[in-house]
Design a protein around this ligand. Sequence first.
Ligand SMILES: Cc1ncc(COP(=O)(O)O)c(C=O)c1O
Length: 399
Amino acid sequence: MKYQFSSIVKNSDPTYAQRMYALMRGEGVIALSGGNPAKEAFPEEAIEKISQKVIKEDPVSIFQYTATEGYLPLRRFISRYLQEKGGLHASPEEILITSGAQQAVALLCQIICNPGDMVICDSASYVGALNTFKCYGIKTLGAEMDEKGMIPEELERLASENEKVKMIYLIPNFQNPTGVTVPLERRKALYEVAKKHGLLIIEDNPYGELRFTGENVPSIKSFDSEDMVAYTGSFSKVVAPGLRVGYLIANPEIITAGIMFKQFSDVHTAGWSQRMCYEFFTTTDTEAHIQKIRNFYSKKCHLMLTEMEKHFPKEISWIVPEGGMFIWCTDQTKSIDIMELVQKLVKQEKVAIIPGDFFTPDPDKLTHSFRLNFTVPSEENIVTAIAKIGKVLKEVLRG
Ligand SMILES: Cc1ncc(COP(=O)(O)O)c(C=O)c1O
């Protein structure tokens, strides 16, 4: 049959990401290209015990259909946890459990935007969100960044020049892909610009718990006196992404609309997964678990940075992250064809990295950058891969 695809499907290349990832897999390839948590970070034993207990004692609660807004004890727990940890005050009525932070972003598109509207993102941003915006017919505008994140004057310029802008998408902690953390003053400045233009801020914070150096920075939501921020959180990086549990925190009017759209799409997030997250956080030493993950990632990040110092040519600069999963590297000469570098690395050295241009909201703007992931590869593979990347970088720079 000849399918009559929607214009979104017709105007996009749904196989692009698949082709890109296919390039990076393959026999014996060391992948620094992924964005997954390390398998060592999963609390398998605890989840097994909790699962057995709940199935024995209260099976109906996890097997039956349940409330769209999510498991109330989990919403209450999130409310308490965020207040205690980061001074973010949200009542359970302001919290909607979602199938990952990814779904929270998708719901916000449906709630706030019409096709043709615009969202301002960092000039390099999370590709999953960029694709979601595009999927809802929302145009993405990239605002220039510096080492402190989005530049407020750039945000001001784009917001003034484009009437159709409705939202700003930010990842203030250990941003994906750049690893940048936005300092408090910058968060406040961006908030003021958003307020002036009446724009909703999506504050996406899936990595917030993964800080391994420096001080915590208050979330934008924690000083949101105007209810302009929709905050998205996730259990993916501290429990397991396969559970698909995240949450949206916003004004109850937004939450009510979100419940409606969630009912249309998946009715509710899996009851079993929600219960696992709740029991895991309330019956085990999660602080120790998260600290273990931080130490594990910190060690790998440090090793990768040390090896980069040894092997990378001086023309390559990078951002040292305070947490998260990524290191962002930039060719200061702007002379390297990054796509060619990626292909050469895979074919010649069996090392996969991800080109920075993969993350750009504006397809014609080149980043001259690439992203490295340090959470998944083993220490041994980090050492091998960085030496190989250094070698190929020197080859392509010196010709
Ligand atoms: C910035 C950002 N937001 C959201 C997500 C999606 O997270 P979740 O697994 O909670 O859907 C990711 C996943 O890597 C991410 O990097």
